[in-house]
Write a protein that binds this ligand. Structure first.
Ligand code: SF4
Length: 421
């Protein structure tokens, strides 16, 4: 028997989780972890072991994939699933408590010496056998679009990303090779979700969905030819789209597209290895906007090479472009990335920080302290969303029932950014 729970989404607190585990008495418990929540994620191990003492525990995620020894320092974590987890977890469960220590793709503590053991890496799944999420085990009703409130589900047609961006954990988890699931499988999954869960909104999730034009065209055609009336959003790269591809994507139901624009300064962009320019960003956003698509821009402040002037250039770019929404993150040297190596070698990590999120700067670059980056992030948000046009963009995307929540958030936002409202 299997149970899958998304605790934050269904609002299970620790007590509820403990009660459920005590009743269920699992043989294995696996859960996801992330850099910002790493410590509390690992504390879950103690909860599981207290409620179900015979359960074997395993953690997964990019942080523990890069630093498995750190996770195994916690006595209530028995194993780390490194990188893509599905094949490894399936095999562990099939072995059913017997030979799990021989399975590729895991790290664990040796039971006698308590030393660190790491098995060979597991091959990534072939695209034909990448499974669709087992939504039947979950409450899908809780997944709602922000502002709009309509139900949505994630469909992931592609795994892997071939680009070498210094700050990104994507390729670490799913590899550098694009693994494209057969379009017909993906469209069948969408059709099934529409029928089974009454969902019409989808987030077509891939690190860069538009990395392969032929695939995106074929996906869009299949949606159009099968007359699937859906609305969807996706992530993209500014140098992988043009009028033709966006037009067919829109015809297939695309209404919003997100781009990692990262910076408004070409030298900072060059340092990241992303391989895009400010001019690419301008062209892509104006093009998507001219075709009637909503656009979302993601910027990172405090990357290597950043200065106060380059942060101002990033903000100017965000204000100049017809973006509907914008996010300004703090550069985060997630373990396993080139940025992590750079930051640790150069001693940039503030106070040796190891747990951080993109909501708080931790890199003290030469000539640019983390505090300045944080201060500028707040300033950038205030400038961007303090414009009536930007505020209206957000309100116009919301259903009437969400207006109360927007006003409540506006109050918190104004306190955080010092915005006068
Ligand atoms: S930032 Fe985007 S393009 Fe770059 S490696 Fe990550 S997913 Fe790929």
């Amino acid at each position: 028997m299997l149970k899958v729970v998304d605790c934050p989404a269904v609002k299970w607190d620790q007590k509820r989780l403990e009660t459920e585990i005590r009743t269920f008495q699992p043989h294995f418990a696996f859960w996801n972890t992330a850099t910002p929540t790493f410590k509390s994620d690992l504390r879950l191990g103690a909860i599981v072991k207290a409620a179900s003492p015979n359960a074997l525990t395993g953690v997964m995620g990019t942080h523990v994939s890069a630093l498995p020894e750190e996770a195994l320092g916690h006595p209530c974590v028995d194993m780390v699933i490194q990188r893509e987890p599905e094949g490894t977890i399936r095999e562990i469960c099939e072995e059913n408590l017997r030979a799990w220590k021989d399975i590729p793709g895991i790290a664990y503590r040796d039971s006698r010496s308590h030393g660190f053991c790491q098995n060979p890496a597991r091959e990534f799944l072939q695209p034909e056998v990448i499974p669709a999420p087992a939504w039947r085990h979950m409450d899908t009703d809780v997944y709602r679009l922000p502002l709009k409130g309509s139900k949505f589900l994630i469909v992931a047609p592609i795994r892997g990303c071939p680009f070498p961006c210094s700050f990104c954990t994507g390729p670490l988890y799913y590899g550098r090779k694009l693994r494209k699931r057969p379009v017909v499988n993906v469209v069948d999954e969408i059709r099934h979700n529409m029928k089974q869960y009454q969902v019409k909104n989808f987030f077509i999730w891939a690190d860069t969905f538009t990395a392969d034009r032929a695939y995106v065209k074929s996906f869009s055609r299949e949606i159009i030819e099968n007359r699937l009336s859906i609305r969807w959003t996706c992530n993209s790269r500014v140098d992988t789209i043009d009028r033709e591809i966006l037009t067919i994507m829109k015809e297939a139901g695309l209404w919003m597209i997100s781009f990692g624009l990262e910076s408004g300064n070409d030298n900072v962009l060059k340092e990241t290895g992303k391989g895009i320019s400010v001019s690419d960003s301008r062209k892509a956003i104006w093009l998507a906007h001219s075709l009637g698509l909503k656009t979302s821009g993601h910027f990172v402040l405090g990357l290597p090479g950043e200065t106060e002037k380059s942060m101002e250039e990033t903000l100017s770019l965000a204000l100049e472009l017809p973006l509907d929404t914008a996010q300004f993150y703090a550069a985060s040297p997630f373990p396993g990335t080139r940025l992590y190596e750079q930051a640790t070698k150069s001693g940039w990590l503030q106070g040796g920080a190891c747990l951080f999120s993109q909501d708080q700067a931790v890199l003290n670059l030469p000539g640019l302290a983390a505090e300045k980056v944080d201060h500028f992030r707040r300033f950038a948000y205030r400038k961007f969303y303090g414009r009536p046009k930007a505020f209206w963009n957000v309100v116009s995307m919301a259903r009437p029932a969400a207006l109360g929540a927007i006003l409540k958030n506006l109050k918190q936002f104004s306190l955080w950014t010092n915005l006068r409202v």
